[in-house]
Write a protein that binds this ligand. Structure first.
Ligand code: PHE
Ligand code: FE
Length: 286
């Protein structure tokens, strides 16, 4: 979500750019369709119902890369959110300001056919397919706005790392417990075929019940599958635990550091799966 170089010349002060929908090539639309189909081979029965409902409500499978304006009109009628195009990663304060105003900044470019599985920078498939469906859920939509406001506030503390861990372990890599079993709501998982299976079914990672402070002091991997996934019981639980809590004392206690490694399991963890860590021990993605 963060990191940046210089603002590109074509970007506005808030770093938004035109999506340039009519400039996508036929092949780029085909890449979206390929990615969409691959994910839909694995997501029914794995993704959270709210995610799948969001996909449907926004008709993201109608073929081709969605046009942001039309999609945003629909999304705005549901929860007041819109999607704006950005060149890629944007500075933290810009990112937080967009979220705080119910605008989701999405990459405009799409990955190439030879990098369907893994890429460093979030593209339009990760950002739109992965993130936007959950923004149709009213509670999650409110959480995301509050996160943006909390992000702006965190800049006054040396707390960005710990707040970023919250985003990472919920918005990007969150799991939710349902009556039918564990389901995925994190965008980084639902937009990856291999991690959708790994996160739910592989014996390697830990799966641990959500605990705000536990999670915010846990380091995470940005270059490979997670070694721990945190599991919420409901979006309301996530909302209540974060929006109704003053993070200032938490930030003070954490001192901008991670006390726990990604794979750690500690006393008082609500362990759902104690992972073998076999995948990471074997060298991970290599
Ligand atoms: N309550 C947090 C604070 O005091 C703000 C926040 C809300 C952060 C929701 C993340 C998610 O800073
Ligand atoms: Fe993301």
């Amino acid at each position: 979500m963060s990191n940046h170089s210089e603002k590109p010349a074509n970007a506005r002060d808030d770093w938004t750019i035109d999506q340039g929908w009519s400039d996508y090539t036929a092949d780029e639309h085909v890449v979206w369709d390929l990615l969409y189909k691959r994910q839909m081979d694995v997501l029914p029965g794995r993704a959270a119902p709210e995610f799948l409902e969001g996909l449907k409500a926004l008709d993201l499978g109608k073929g081709g890369i969605p046009e942001f304006e039309a999609m945003s009109d629909e999304l705005e009628s549901l929860t007041g959110w819109r999607v704006v195009a950005v060149p890629g990663l944007v500075p933290d304060e810009v990112f937080f300001d967009h979220l705080a105003n119910r605008r989701f900044p999405a990459g405009q470019f799409i990955r190439k056919r030879n990098e369907l599985d893994y890429l460093q920078e979030p593209d339009v498939f990760h950002d739109v397919f992965g993130h936007v469906p959950m923004l149709t859920n009213p509670v999650f939509a409110d959480y995301m706005e509050a996160y943006g406001k909390g992000g702006l506030r965190s800049l006054d503390f040396a707390a960005l790392k710990n707040l970023a861990a919250l985003y990472w372990y919920t918005v990007e890599f969150g799991l939710i417990q349902t009556d039918e079993g564990l389901r995925i709501y994190g965008a980084g998982i639902v937009s990856s075929k291999t991690e959708s299976i790994f996160a739910l079914e592989d014996p390697s990672p830990n799966r641990i019940g959500f605990d705000l402070e536990r999670l915010m002091k846990t380091d995470y991997r940005i270059d490979d599958f997670q070694q721990t996934y945190f599991v919420i019981d409901s979006y309301k639980q996530l909302f209540d635990a974060t929006v109704k809590t003053d993070f200032a004392p938490i930030y003070d206690r954490m001192q901008g550091k991670f006390a726990l490694k990604p794979e750690d399991v500690v006393a008082n963890d609500a362990v759902i799966t104690r992972g073998s860590q076999a995948y990471a021990k074997a060298g991970g993605r290599l």
